[in-house]
Ligand binder design. Structure first.
Ligand code: NAP
Length: 287
């Protein structure tokens, strides 16, 4: 058991990922004692290995909880609930949970974390703009064709920089305790709109091709995606892109008192960073 008075570090789970990296950078820039929680962290933290949890929590007062791979996978709700319980037992007072908008399993995870009794802020996010530049869909953008089972449902893509700003505010300012912030960008875009904006920003020909969930799953499997990744993506596309998230929310405005970043600003900056340049490598990072 850690003495709460001694606990000072802020643990950032997923601290090398799309949101966690940005959260950790912001905390470090403010000079706050920050610890990356991931398999490559020191000490390492692995959701799959509970023996790593207590060492990662030692001396920690607050934590940003970004689960990997997704709160929709089997066992995730139990894992984040157990982690939150252990965190509070270890002396952690405040948790900021990254959850997914319109996902029933993510809401169950919110409840499980709330049951820990920690000071809690929930950041319930829609699809990240950075999925096009730092993850799932970057290879497709580079290939010139983004084939996804997303039809023409509009989505209010949110910028990971906004998520990080909200998370850092929640980790460092008591005013956010107990809040649930639904985060979206300022504009609804279909996937075709989003890909068009990226094509313009990157000055390349890139097209969006709507495909069926079955064709998407078959193509992903043929490209060697592991079974669980294919299952997760097909489930997310089937569930979350049925129109339930096709409306804007005001979480960024409520938490930060400013408008969220627009997708076109994201696309311009990501293109300027070279992530979609011909010949760009997997290691290249968006802004
Ligand atoms: N992507 C979206 O559009 C979106 C939208 C809404 C909500 N979310 C939620 O955001 C969360 C993160 O998703 P993401 O797509 O943004 O991923 P991400 O944070 O970019 O994932 C990578 C991070 O996870 C760490 N990681 C990977 N395997 C791990 C393990 N077994 N144990 C501990 N850490 C591990 C990686 O570090 P190491 O490799 O060093 O371990 C890295 O820091 C998910 O819970 C998801 O539900 C995502």
């Amino acid at each position: 058991m850690t003495n709460v008075k001694e606990a000072r570090d802020i643990l950032v789970l997923g601290g090398t990922g799309k949101t966690g990296r940005r959260v950790a950078e912001r905390l470090l820039a403010r000079g706050m004692p920050t610890r990356v929680g991931s398999r490559s962290g020191r000490p390492p933290f692995d959701w799959e290995d509970r023996s790593t949890w207590a060492p990662a929590l030692h001396g920690v007062r607050s934590a940003y909880v970004s689960y990997h791979p997704d709160l929709a996978v089997p066992g995730a709700v139990e894992s984040v609930g157990s982690f939150a319980e252990l965190a509070v037992e270890s002396g952690v007072r405040r948790l900021v949970l990254l959850a997914g908008r319109g996902e029933p399993e993510a809401e169950a995870a919110e409840d499980a974390v709330r049951a820990s009794g920690a000071e809690l802020t929930i950041v319930r996010s829609t699809w990240f703009a950075q999925n096009f530049s730092e993850d799932y869909w970057r290879e497709a953008v580079l290939s010139g064709e983004v084939a996804l089972p997303a039809g023409d449902v509009p989505e209010p893509f949110v910028d990971a920089d906004d998520i990080a700003d909200v998370a850092v505010a929640a980790l460092t300012d008591d005013r956010h305790i107990g809040e649930l912030y639904e985060l979206t960008g300022p504009r609804l875009l279909t996937f075709a709109d989003a890909v068009d904006e990226i094509a313009r920003a990157a000055r390349r020909e890139i097209r969006y091709v709507p495909v069926s969930i079955e064709d998407f799953a078959a193509a992903a499997a043929a490209q060697g995606a592991p079974r669980e990744v294919v299952d997760l993506l097909t489930r997310l596309f089937g569930e979350v892109l049925d129109g339930r998230n096709a409306h804007l929310a005001d979480g960024v405005q409520r938490a930060l008192g400013r408008e969220p970043r627009d997708f076109s600003d994201y696309a311009r900056d990501a293109a300027a960073g070279g992530v979609w340049d011909p010949g760009a490598t997997r290691a290249a990072r968006g802004p």
